[in-house]
Design a protein around this ligand. Structure first.
Ligand code: SAM
Ligand code: SF4
Length: 324
């Protein structure tokens, strides 16, 4: 297993298979790579199945234990099942993050291909609010979630971005997740770094405090030291990376863009290492390079950013709701 200069072992790889998407979320950072492309736009630059398979093979050689496929919207690719089946032969722990809009018709085939788990992004269970944030319909997404549960892709984690338009809905979302067996909730702090709109930010420390006060139990995961809060049987994970030194110092993940460039940090685009055309030894040295040069704390890349503690009192808080 390889570690970076800050002692962080790399155990996890997140692979974007496309920049295309059929939604248009108002906050989308597309893995830090700018606006997504329309589903039918030219996509000749996307990695082939064979290129992805080779990358995953080298990742396994370096002791990487889990793979997550993402995008853009990974389900715009018709060959995602094949990508997954070739990947699980190298690294069995393969999961997927999707907007869920096409999951209804693919969940079974994805499971058969070897997919272990799925995250589905659901910022609101109100169809009007959902559409205004994601520019797509909620109903097919909910059907996709039901189908994923039916075929045994459990647990299904619902990703909810926490920003001004969703903040008040956290208690309602916890209730929703608690009403269906097999669901978990992942609250993701809105990351404004590469999409602007800092005014959408909320005081995530206040959200954390609210969760601590209402939860019956709290766990801390190794990855990013993410906190997991239990509301009786409902599991709620908080992913709060923005200016969070503890998060960065426990980051064990590298990334790959849809063009096959290795990437050391979600929030950086100045550290991309192309791998196209490299032979196996070249690919191994590209892996060593991305791992040995990766930097925590934004790598000094985002410099004009307020520190987290200075944001606190200026931002709105999640509404009190005893008894959740
Ligand atoms: N299209 C898929 C989806 O929406 O789930 C996968 C790709 S999307 C880039 C991966 C996750 O990042 C989604 O859960 C999305 O809500 C989240 N995300 C996108 N932009 C974000 C931002 N600016 N801040 C926080 N999370 C964001
Ligand atoms: Fe971005 Fe995912 Fe939304 Fe598409 S569905 S716009 S990739 S967050």
């Amino acid at each position: 297993m390889l570690s970076d200069a800050f002692g962080r072992e790399v155990t996890d790889i997140r692979v974007s298979v496309t920049k295309r998407c059929n939604f248009g979320c108002v906050y989308c950072h597309d893995e830090g790579l700018g606006p997504v492309a329309r589903p039918r736009s030219p996509h000749g630059e996307e990695m082939t199945v064979a290129e992805i398979e080779r990358l995953i093979g080298v990742a396994r050689e370096f002791g990487i234990r889990s793979v997550k496929f993402t995008g853009g919207e990974p389900l715009v690719r018709d060959d995602l099942e094949e990508i997954i089946s070739r990947s699980v032969e190298q690294i069995p722990d393969v999961s997927l993050t999707t907007n869920g809009s096409m999951l209804e018709y693919r969940a079974e085939a994805l499971r058969d291909a070897g997919l272990k788990r799925v995250n589905v992004s659901v910022d609101s269970i109100d169809p009007v609010a959902f559409r205004s944030i994601r520019k797509g319909g909620l109903a097919p997404v909910l059907r996709g979630i039901r189908e994923a549960l039916r075929v045994g892709l459990k647990p299904v984690k619902l990703n909810m971005v926490v920003f001004r338009p969703t903040l008040d809905n956290i208690p309602r979302m916890i209730d929703y997740v608690g009403a269906t067996d097999g669901l978990k909730l992942q609250l993701i702090q809105f990351m404004p770094e590469l999409v602007a709109h800092r005014e959408w930010m909320v005081d995530i420390d206040a959200v954390r405090k609210w969760l601590e006060e209402h939860a019956t139990r709290v766990l801390i995961r190794e990855m990013h030291h993410r906190h997991v809060y239990f509301f009786r049987h409902v599991e709620v994970e908080l992913v709060d990376p923005v200016y969070n030194a503890e998060f960065c110092s426990n980051c064990h993940r590298i990334r790959v863009t849809h063009k096959g460039e290795l990437k050391g940090c979600l929030n950086r685009t100045d550290d991309l290492i192309p791998t196209r055309g490299l032979d196996d030894d070249g690919l191994r040295s590209a892996f060593r390079q991305v791992i040995t040069t990766r930097m925590p704390y934004y790598g000094g890349y985002v410099t004009d950013y307020p520190s987290r503690s200075s944001l606190g009192s200026l931002l709105p808080m999640v509404p009190a709701r005893p008894g959740v």
